[in-house]
Design a protein around this ligand. Sequence first.
Ligand code: NAP
Length: 247
Amino acid sequence: MNLDGKVAVVTGGSRGIGRAICIRLASMGALVYINYVSRPAAAEETQKFIHEAGGKAEIIGFDVAESSDVQAAFKKIIADAGSVDILVNNAGITRDGLMARMKESDWEEVINTNLKGSFLCAKAASRMMMKKKWGRIVNISSVSGVAGNPGQVNYSAAKAGLIGLTKSMAREYASRNITVNSVAPGYIETEMTDLLDEKSQEQIKSEIPLATFGRTEDVAGAVAYLVSDDGRYITGQTLNVNGGMYM
Ligand code: NAP
């Protein structure tokens, strides 16, 4: 699984699942652009891990939900690195709450970051991919988007929307040798799941056939497969990485 000479952009690559994806793609030889929006120190730490392992990584801060920022960022990446070959739309936020009490701003923030942000980045990256007649796009969805989850109507809608975006993009771009897939993680050990109290964590684990939370590396492995040559004939799919909690 060799990505020598490829340029990869990972949104929200500074920590959590995104960090593991950056480390994995860099270990395969890609030059990785680590995106963040508010915590530059986390991005620097990810870059340090990659450099210490002998990989190549740059940092690019921008808000995926802001169209002009996204366009400027991809313009800069292409000017500096000459290409964008792989895009992983991983940046995501939660603003959980029951629907009856959910504020419109909670709906908008989640849809804008998790869904619109992925559309904007995919649109910007795919221009270059079309020219090169090669590209790999992976959208990080969620078990919440495929199975639903109380307290997450905004998040589930955004993550289900990503699957629709994936399928339609896959059909539009296949003739240019650009594959577009989703990875839908279940519960993965990150700051997002650290927020759950111990009782909730045990309750959730009891509903997972593999009886444990996943690791960020489990998601990174699925992304690595889809962007590598081994995944060349896979497009428009959703790969569930969830310990069997949704089949
Ligand atoms: P995380 O630890 O909270 O990290 C989120 C990342 O997204 C950070 O790098 C953050 O940057 C970045 N980000 C947030 N808003 C952004 C914006 N507007 N523009 C650019 N970057 C932005 O998240 P995670 O748990 O690793 O989750 C990563 C992805 O997997 C998300 O899409 C999430 O929905 C999905 N997922 C996670 C789980 C899980 O169990 N953790 C399960 C299913 C799906 P800053 O640090 O600079 O703010």
